[in-house]
Design a protein around this ligand. Structure first.
Ligand code: 4AD
Length: 466
């Protein structure tokens, strides 16, 4: 086969060389009958290609052909790399291709519902363009999602989903090195795994069943099956009623469960080292992608410390109360209170990533271990980025009797989780773990304002397509 060059790797080191690229015609502009410019885009990177009529090399028909291309059609281009004297606007690569040959590969229909160039602009660029009297269609979030395949072509989206892949991949790699085994648990299960009403119910060959709200029960059973330390990356289903910026009906759960030898801080220690090294990795290895996101959605680097700050829930409440915010001492924090706490913690400790632990037992799921000394509190924690929750975790009850009592007290029909409870009757070690929302991590690391931006094909209470 011939040698192909990726648009994103075109640079001045290739000056005067002949290259072959495939990409989409993002914009096409003819200047008279002898020159045409095509901006060709591949995986979010763009290069300006120049078609100039030249005897024996480039015919006027070629200029005509180029001018007749529809936007977003795929083309193969062979040409010579050149380096212009002035900076190139409207393309990511600072070299041009002097086109020798061009072939159409696929044709896009004219008048697409989304113009990729417009969809890739930042708020600020849109404002400036409008002030300058430019014709431009502002693309709202719903239109983007309706035509997701087009929307995904913007440089920011290309970057977001590459970053998301890196987060999940790093998660697995890190845990593997720490002795964790990757597992897969069923998503069709008999009873709800987290309690509560947010469950998708279904008929399993005549038996009532549901889609797993988390791998919670089965990851704990894997500990009772002697795997010691396990993790899972998989879909999580929540029949959310609330239509918010951070809730999806289906998201990707990064789940961890591990034996505890002495103290449940062994679990938060993993959280600390996993995330600090993940943030370092992203900043170092994904700087290109982070910059592409920033171009469209400007954000400041996440501030985090070398050793993750751990505060107790009581300390958090106290900080909020001193700030004049009323919070029920044994209740839960609402979204506003969490955000405010995020700001207060940042002002005081200079970090936007921290762990809040010792939550009141009453606001945690039935399987949570109460604190040994003060059982109104629990060995549980949430983790925050920029004042929003990305993780919740805890030590679990491992005595079948207490587990049954707590499940009943929480209104759970124990017959639906009997195999889970039984697994503790055969001997069960102390253990704990946590669950991370992948889309939330990327959303908050990049300070994006909507979880739909970090889900490839989001499912929310009003959307099941595309
Ligand atoms: O807080 P959650 O519900 O905890 C559990 O599922 C436990 N089994 C975890 C554990 O091991 N104890 O969910 C865990 C994380 C949340 O912190 C949040 O990041 C994310 O999953 N999450 C959601 N993400 C998107 N849409 C939703 N509806 C989410 N609900 C939770």
């Amino acid at each position: 086969g011939r040698r192909w060059t990726e648009v994103g790797s075109l640079d001045d080191l290739l000056k005067d060389q002949t290259v072959l690229v495939r990409g989409r015609a993002q914009t096409i502009r003819a200047v008279g009958k002898k020159i045409a410019f095509v901006v060709v885009r591949e995986k979010g990177f763009t290069v300006q290609c120049v078609v100039t009529v030249k005897p024996d090399e480039v015919s006027p028909q070629m200029v005509k052909y180029v001018n007749g291309l529809s936007r977003e059609s795929h083309v193969d281009i062979e040409g010579v790399v050149s380096v212009p004297d002035v900076a190139i606007k409207g393309a990511s690569q600072q070299v041009e291709i002097q086109v020798r040959k061009i072939y159409g590969v696929s044709r896009a229909v004219p008048n697409l519902p989304i113009n990729i160039e417009d969809a890739a602009r930042s708020e600020e660029e849109i404002q400036k363009a409008l002030e300058a009297g430019e014709q431009l269609v502002k693309v709202n979030q719903d239109t983007r999602l309706n035509y997701r395949v087009l929307d995904l072509r913007t440089p920011a989206n290309q970057a977001i989903f590459r970053i998301e892949f890196e987060v999940a991949d790093f998660f697995g790699q890190f845990l593997k090195k720490e002795g964790f085994v990757g597992i897969r648990t069923p998503k069709l299960i008999a009873g709800s795994s987290e309690g509560g009403a947010a469950v998708f119910r279904l008929d399993y060959k005549g038996t009532p069943a549901c889609l797993a709200q988390s791998p919670q029960l089965h990851k704990q059973m894997a500990i009772n099956g002697d795997f010691g330390r396990v993790f899972e990356i998989g879909p999580v289903f929540r029949a959310e009623d609330s239509f918010t910026h951070r809730h999806l009906c289906e998201f990707t759960g990064l789940d961890v469960e591990m034996e505890i030898k002495e103290h449940y801080f062994e679990v938060t220690d993993i959280v600390d080292r996993l995330f600090v090294s993940m943030f370092d990795y992203l900043n170092e290895k994904c700087s290109k992608e982070l910059n592409a996101v920033r171009q469209q959605y400007p954000f400041e680097d996440l501030k985090y410390s070398r050793k993750t700050l751990q505060l107790t829930y009581e300390e958090g409440i106290k900080m909020l109360q001193e700030d004049g915010i009323e919070v029920p001492p044994l209740g839960d924090l609402n979204t506003e209170a969490e955000r405010r706490l995020g700001q207060l913690v940042f002002n005081k400790y200079g970090t936007e990533f921290f762990i809040l632990h010792r939550y009141p037992l009453s606001v945690r799921p039935f399987y949570t271990m109460p604190c040994h000394d003060t059982p109104v509190y629990s060995n549980s924690f949430d983790v925050f980025i920029r004042g929003e929750e990305i993780i919740s975790g805890a030590q679990r009850l491992h005595e079948p009797q207490r587990l049954t009592e707590r499940a009943k007290a929480c209104g759970i029909d124990v017959s639906t989780i009997s195999t889970y409870i039984d697994s503790f009757r055969y001997g069960a070690p102390p253990h704990g773990g946590f669950g991370v929302g992948l889309e939330r991590v990327v959303m908050l690391f990049c300070a994006l304002n909507n979880i739909r931006k970090t889900s490839l094909y989001p499912r929310d209470p009003q959307r099941i397509a595309p």
